[in-house]
Design a protein around this ligand. Structure first.
Ligand code: KG4
Ligand code: ZN
Length: 333
């Protein structure tokens, strides 16, 4: 019998709950705080935490009701343990623990990066297999050699801004609202991606680390020199530089480690140019690409439940004395 898992995600500014029966997603509810944080130009931790607190109970009830199950039927409760904003994490993590104790069911603390990393496999009939995973979100940029569930080798990451953070900061420079990633994605097709040559930081190096703050600084110095209608051209040129770096590093890793499957996940994996250019590069190399479904690219609880499901099968649970960890890392196995 497949277990019924209730998963909760509150690591940043999305309050989310989902119910899974085995690999089947029964419900997924998300309440986004984007419009609340937009007036501040970014996520304000204290505001995020208070909003999670006011939403969490109704959202969990909504997820359980839409799954057409009763809370007593839940076999296991999972919640994001980290990384993320501590005061946000604590809301979902504590709520999940309390619910698990009340129901006398096991509790699982899940790594948010692992959830993004494995999310492309959610729609497949097979379990996570050997692959190169690119995780690109507002908080993380990571290249990982995946050997299976729980078997990860982090090949590299960003040394400064995350890819999504760079999108958001450049969008802000261009006067676009938060979060800027989708705004740049929408504007870029109207611009010329080759109009401004922006740096492709660290692509010439033999490692798998990334740097995006140099591109952002280049945009900052470029803007005062421009006049007229330049926003779409800058958006397109910036996006092209970031996508170029992401695709080149990912393909280099796939070649070096002889891996045929490439996955891309996290909020930035929703970017249409990245999806397109990665698909072209993967096809040219004769490899396969697995992208997270659009609904699973930005923060959601379904991906948390998917990892929890893998853990339930291994029979592992989380000790209730283990705390949420804002700096939780993806450990090399
Ligand atoms: O995965 P996510 O929801 O949160 C984190 O775990 O950080 O990612 C949010 C990030 C934001 O920086 C947002 O601007 C970016 O993903 N993003 C995009 C797109 N959609 C979301 N960036 C570029 N193009 C998009 N279409
Ligand atoms: Zn995320």
């Amino acid at each position: 019998m497949s277990p019924l898992v209730l998963a909760i995600e509150t690591s940043c500014d999305e309050t989310a709950a989902a119910v899974l029966h085995g690999h089947r997603l029964l419900s997924s509810s998300i309440s986004s705080q984007t419009l609340i944080h937009r007036e501040f130009g970014g996520v304000v931790p204290e505001v995020a935490s208070r909003n999670h607190l006011s939403k969490i109970e109704a959202l969990v009830n909504q997820a359980v009701e839409s799954a057409n199950v009763s809370v007593q039927q839940i076999d296991c409760v999972a919640a994001t343990r980290g990384p993320g904003l501590l005061t946000s994490l604590l809301v979902g993590y504590s709520f999940g623990k309390g619910l698990a104790i009340g129901l006398n069911k096991p509790f699982l603390g899940i790594n948010h990066i692992e959830a993004h990393l494995l999310s492309p496999f959610f729609k497949t009939e097979f379990d996570p297999v050997r692959s190169i995973g690119l995780v690109v979100s507002g908080g993380h940029t990571l290249l990982v050699l995946v050997e299976g569930v729980g078997k990860y080798r982090v090949l590299g990451g960003t040394v400064d801004d995350a890819a999504g953070e760079a999108f958001d900061k450049v969008a802000k420079l261009l006067g676009l609202p938060y979060p800027g990633g989708p705004q740049i994605d929408a504007l870029a097709p109207r611009g010329d991606p080759n109009r401004y040559g922006l740096p492709r930081s660290m692509v010439g190096r033999q490692d798998y680390n990334f740097s995006f703050s140099g591109i952002k600084t280049a945009v900052r110095y470029l803007l005062p020199k421009l006049a007229g209608d330049y926003v779409a051209d800058v958006a397109a040129s910036f996006q092209e530089a970031v996508v170029d770096i992401l695709v080149r590093k990912t393909m280099a890793a796939a070649a070096e480690f002889g891996v045929n499957l490439i996955t891309v996940s996290g909020g930035v994996s929703g970017n249409s140019r990245l999806r397109q250019k990665m698909a072209q590069a993967v096809e040219k190399a004769g490899k396969h690409l697995l992208l997270a479904e659009p609904a699973l690219t930005t923060d959601n609880a379904a991906m948390i439940g998917y990892v929890a499901m893998q853990r339930v099968r291994e029979g592992t649970g989380t000790d209730l004395t283990v705390d949420a960890d804002p700096n939780l890392r993806l450990v090399n196995a």
